[in-house]
Design a protein around this ligand. Sequence first.
Ligand code: GLA
Length: 389
Amino acid sequence: MKKKLIQHTSEHFEKILQKTPEYIFLSPGRINIIGEHIDYNDGFVMPAAINKYICFAISKNDTSECTLIAKDLNEAYKFDLNDDLKPIDKMWANYILGVLYQLKERGFAMNGFNIVFSSTIPMGAGLSSSAALECGIAYAMNTLFDLGLTKEEIALIGQKAEHTFAGVNCGIMDQFASVFGKKNSVIKLDCNTLDYEYYKADFKKYSLLLLDSNVKHTHLTSGYNVRRQEVEQGLAIIKQHFSEVKTFRDCSEKMVLELREKLGDTVFKRCHFVVKEIQRVLDATTALTQADFKKLGKLMSETHEGLSKEYEVSCDEIDFLVDAVQHEKSVLGSRMMGGGFGGCSINLVEKGSENELIERISQQYRNAFGIELKPYKIKISKGTTLYKN
Ligand code: GLA
């Protein structure tokens, strides 16, 4: 699939631009085993890059003009790098413009380029196609124009582009996973310090299966930003009462329970989820190192319960998919993944049982919602990379 993607992208480049591209880059989507909605709450997360990519075919030109061609959408956008870069009405272009804006802001000199990109990361499925786009562009500019950026800077620039040109006040998890992904490894990322460790993604008899609800997360932007405000409000109240608390990392469940009345129902639920989830990731790390997959699966299912009932970022379709596998012997754990309001569930399932499971759940899902389920059997792969130059 990767080979085909590269071939189609470069052929399209040759067809439109009448020459072979100088560079090919691949930037992956991501999964997250556990640690949801806590990257912006000073927690830990456990993501990994996957074998679904955006492929970029690029050549520099000798002008200050840039041509962006989104092959899959059959759309293009031209602009001059010397112009003031602003968000436009093409969302896909904004991720790119947002990154270029950040680079210009930091004083980096770049020249014009032509780019064709194409993707195997489904959009709006919670697999971070936007982070892959942002990080792919930042990585490409870094290579083309010798900017000397570190991988961490590339991820942070991607995140800033998302805040400013896409309006999602996201954490760092997606961009970090896309850039730092490593084959067959999950990343345990400390979202407070950006320290990270790789853990072998060896699930022995089990594998990770994604079930895409095919519900696009259209409410993500508004829902996401509101959640951020709610937890900020919650943390401010907790700090007023416990001077030792600087971030949610210092906060215990007991403190949150004590402040239940003061926080009010909604903010209490959000904060309670956050402190529990921070602990769950630590427990999940232990479970993974001890190959205790029953425990890992249980923690994933608890995360879903919290995301659905307390953080309220799931939706009926995803809840259905998670409920539907609860009684399946071959499934150890299941939960919604990513920002929520649609997208995929991630399931820890016994190897060999996937096809039968997919068939059964697809049927039930079709009967309940009239929607076709899209299953993805994914592999854990390496992060953004230069494929050829
Ligand atoms: C989106 C954001 C991430 C993270 C997840 C939820 O994917 O981009 O920063 O907050 O939601 O865990």
